[in-house]
Design a protein around this ligand. Structure first.
Ligand code: AMP
Ligand code: GLY
Length: 419
């Protein structure tokens, strides 16, 4: 099969790495890709958010399957354009990607599907939102539209709530409508289902680390590291999330005439009264995918292809034993103003037990330099979480670039909870 993979982050390098192991793969094209995907396939300069350009390239290259990594191409209608061109695509059409693109829409679907989530209200007026937020005290304020991970503010008291509403209200298009919701407490877990519009298979539960600093301090980021599986969600509890969250959402989306096909990512809070959905994404997570690809014990390509063609078999996936950990190495200044152009050293000496996925990296004058906030995800699989952590951190000790920073506690919560 000839596959075109869209995106250029660590998630896409990990998907390329896994797809490249498939005996069914005959060619891997990455648009636009990064220096990591270039080692596994052919990078093609491409604006992945331009539906017509993607469809034209897929046709020209006689692609059998397009795999969409990030959300922007989905929301822009890349899957719609490919459907019109008759080219199978892993990833939802724009009307289904609204589950991620609009928080208010996601809430509407959850209400219809009876999915447990935080109590909420939707506002279009800043003044009304402010009055409500202050009356509630602690609350979470979310911009309705896509805001590159910056549209959610957790406000622990009335003063913070007022400031949060004003900040989101001043955000422009994404903040025109906002969702104010109950602040939930508990462990956060990412559950990702590969779906064909009707059926699904569940990837093992992963935990992301969203704050920039150790001990979950500092501003939110795209994700500073992940591990899987997480000990807080047993295989039985995971299956229940499939039945109570994934299945009913697929059913409602189908009934509405916009079946969801692709990766349905449920961001969950494991509260005292059970798992509740914080958000849906219409794609695989980053950095969750990096560890999930290490942990998946079967060929990824037939799974994605079966989703795209509506022929998925609902069953348990084969998993590798043990656990995987991925630590993001971020550029100086991230998440505010990441410094570009810093030379990355030590990658050739990474120990064999570790796998390094590239993200904000570019090739310049024969060297690899930083070109974005999240630069690398250093991953390792071990016989258990403790060993996976040790191996990932040992591999990091040989990698350097000016301003490099990373969290030292990826997986620590899981380790504390492990039996
Ligand atoms: P989101 O982009 O919706 O995943 O939100 C980003 C982060 O904000 C989540 O990963 C949580 O850490 C936090 N968050 C979102 N909603 C809530 C909530 N209702 N209660 C507590 N924390 C939340
Ligand atoms: N790791 C969080 C996300 O992909 O949205």
């Amino acid at each position: 099969m000839r596959v075109l993979l869209l995106g250029s982050g660590g998630r896409e390098h990990a998907l390329a790495w896994k797809l490249a192991q498939s005996p069914k793969l005959s060619a891997l094209l990455c648009g636009p890709g990064n220096p990591g995907t270039a080692r596994l396939g052919r990078n093609i300069p491409l604006k992945a958010e331009a539906p017509d350009a993607v469809a034209a390239l897929a046709r020209q290259e006689k692609v059998d399957l397009v795999v969409v990594g990030p959300e922007a191409p989905l929301v822009a209608g890349v899957a719609d354009a490919l459907a019109a061109a008759g080219i199978p695509c892993f990833g939802p059409v724009a009307a289904a990607a609204r589950l991620e693109g609009s928080k208010a829409f996601a809430k509407e679907i959850m209400a219809e599907a009876g999915v447990p989530t935080a109590d909420f209200q939707v506002f279009t007026e800043v003044a009304a939102a402010e009055a409500y937020a202050v009356s509630r005290g602690k609350i979470v304020v979310k911009a309705d539209g896509l805001a590159a991970g910056k549209g959610v503010i957790v406000a622990p008291d009335a003063e913070a709530a007022r400031a949060a509403v004003r900040a989101v209200g001043a955000m422009g298009a994404a903040g025109q409508q906002m969702v104010l919701e109950e602040l939930l407490e508990g462990e956060e877990v990412s559950v990702i289902a590969l779906c064909d519009g009707e059926r699904y298979v569940l990837l093992p539960p992963a935990q992301d680390h969203k704050r920039v600093g150790d001990g979950d301090t500092g501003p939110n980021t795209g994700g500073m590291g992940a591990y899987c599986p997480v000990p807080f969600l047993s295989p039985e509890a995971l299956a229940q999330v499939g039945e109570r969250v994934i299945a009913p959402v697929l059913e409602v989306m189908r009934r509405r005439g916009t079946p969801f096909q692709g990766a349905l990512y449920a961001g969950l809070m494991l509260t005292r009264s059970g798992p509740k959905v914080l958000e849906f994404n219409a794609r695989l997570g980053d950095p969750e995918t990096q560890v999930l690809m290490l942990q998946l014990g079967e060929d990824l390509l037939p799974l994605l292809d079966a989703c795209a063609r509506g022929r998925l078999e609902q069953r348990a996936l084969a998993l590798a034993p043990g656990a995987s950990v991925g630590v993001v190495l971020a550029a100086g200044g991230y998440p505010d103003t990441p410094r570009r152009g810093q030379r990355i050293e030590g990658l050739e000496a990474v120990p064999t037990g570790a796998t390094v996925f590239m993200a904000g990296v570019e090739q310049k004058d024969g060297a690899l330099v930083t070109a974005g906030g999240r630069v690398l995800t250093v991953c390792a699989r071990g016989k258990d979480l403790a060993q996976a952590r040790e191996q990932a951190y040992a591999a990091i000790s040989g990698i350097r670039f000016e301003g490099m920073h990373f969290r030292r506690d990826i997986g620590a919560r899981g380790l504390r909870a492990a039996p």
